[in-house]
Design a protein around this ligand. Structure first.
Ligand SMILES: Cc1cc2nc3c(=O)[nH]c(=O)nc-3n(C[C@H](O)[C@H](O)[C@H](O)COP(=O)(O)O)c2cc1C
Length: 178
């Protein structure tokens, strides 16, 4: 179990391209207390400032089981793990919670998050708690680069969710040096 400290968004340090593209993140939405949640691995998204709020944006195809939880519940978490958990992230990114209790087929253990109903994880080295503030569906008529359409052979265009960052808990590596 990692010892996580509370990090103010202004003091949060990360390499966003590394975090999304290489390390991957687990996106989880639902209600931990009700035992009604689902998670999936994500590799696309962004992090920054919008409407004077620190945010993360994630994109979810409507075909994902997690999509139903993103729609039903007001918040979500994003968690990052040490490299030793890559196998679990690969599993959760290639199996659907629609077909199985996929979390029980990994070593990851969900725990109550600090400020939102969606859970965090015991093994996380970073946990970002978010409240949904904006959603939109990508409109293919506005793709200015034809390469983008190649990502959608099934026409299952992502829905983007902007989440205001409500809390960040992380190891010291994610804290700006004072
Ligand atoms: C590295 C990696 C990154 C992924 N990134 C995304 C993503 O950003 N958005 C998305 O909709 N699916 C993404 N996926 C696919 C989902 O994680 C995958 O379809 C998962 O099985 C969905 O689970 P669910 O049906 O339980 O929601 C990614 C998968 C992997 C392995």
């Amino acid at each position: 179990m990692n010892k996580l400290i509370q990090i103010d968004p202004k003091d949060f340090v990360t390499k966003p391209h590394f975090l999304f593209e290489r390390q991957w993140l687990l996106l989880t939405a639902g209600d931990f207390a009700e035992n009604d949640f689902n998670c999936m691995t994500i590799g696309w998204g962004s992090i920054g400032m919008m409407w004077n709020k620190p945010y993360v944006a994630v994109v979810v195809r409507p075909t994902r089981y997690t999509y139903q939880f993103m729609e039903k519940y007001p918040d979500f978490t994003l968690t990052a793990f040490p490299d030793t958990f890559r196998k679990e992230l690969a599993y959760l990114g290639s199996h659907s919670g629609r077909d199985e209790d996929k979390l029980s087929n990994t070593n990851l253990i969900a725990i109550k998050a600090q400020k939102v109903a969606s859970p965090s994880f015991v093994q996380a080295e970073l946990s970002i708690e978010c409240r949904k503030i904006y959603t939109a569906d990508f409109d293919p008529s506005r793709f200015l680069d034809p390469d983008i359409e190649k990502n959608y052979p099934q026409k299952d265009y992502h829905r983007v969710y902007y989440g205001e960052i409500i809390a960040i808990l992380g190891t010291h590596n994610y804290l700006l040096d004072a």
